[in-house]
Ligand binder design. Sequence first.
Ligand SMILES: [Zn+2]
Length: 43
Amino acid sequence: MSEERKMYPMKCSDCGTDSEVPFEPKPDRPVYCKECLSKHRSK
Ligand SMILES: [Zn+2]
């Protein structure tokens, strides 16, 4: 049996790109695509 990862469609709060994340996006928190995520994390 192969385990499929549940992906949630979302829109990046920074660049507005449609993407998917492996966790449920919180409505009260911004979600970022991979590129913006690394951008926001490298501070
Ligand atoms: Zn982005």
